[in-house]
Design a protein around this ligand. Structure first.
Ligand code: CMP
Length: 139
């Protein structure tokens, strides 16, 4: 089925001017950018977005990093978009990521791992709504 998923190009990647290179990989894999904006999120926005990870030991580091520079937040649309995006991103830890995946190509570390993508339909809907009004999504 045609799905929508939420994607972020993280500060480590925007800093290295990799936005276009990453979007090209999405597009080559059948994912269409139907909403996009560049944001420098506040620490509070990062804490809200990643609230499910509040108790994790890496939460502070994660929120510091995500508010350290620009992020490109996007909605991607396509056939099985949620799973497809996770496939093209590769494993969270770049050391475990398959050849040709975004994280294998570009990620610096498990924390500075260049991209985020929703893991399920419910989280995709929540994460899209966290960053976008319905009127900003143009399919
Ligand atoms: P993401 O898909 O954005 O979801 C949560 C993020 O937490 C994850 O990608 C990683 O970047 C980050 N993360 C997960 N595990 C660790 C860790 N052990 N140390 C630092 N950051 C982590």
């Amino acid at each position: 089925a045609i799905e929508r998923t939420f994607s972020m190009i993280k500060p480590d990647a925007t800093k290295r001017n990799l936005t276009g290179a990453i979007v090209k990989i999405f597009e080559e894999n059948g994912l269409r950018v139907v909403a996009s904006k560049r944001v420098w999120m506040s620490r509070r926005q990062a804490e809200g977005f990643y609230a499910v990870h509040k108790e994790r030991p890496f939460f502070d580091e994660l929120c510091d990093f995500m508010s350290s520079g620009p992020t490109v937040v996007q909605v991607l649309e396509g056939e099985n978009a949620i799973a497809k995006n996770r496939e093209v991103m590769g494993a969270t830890n770049p050391a475990d990521a398959a050849e040709g995946t975004i994280r294998k190509l570009y990620a610096n570390s498990i924390g500075e791992n260049s991209v985020h993508g929703s893991d399920a339909p419910e989280t995709a809907a929540e994460e899209i709504a966290y960053w976008f009004a319905e009127t900003e999504i143009v399919g």
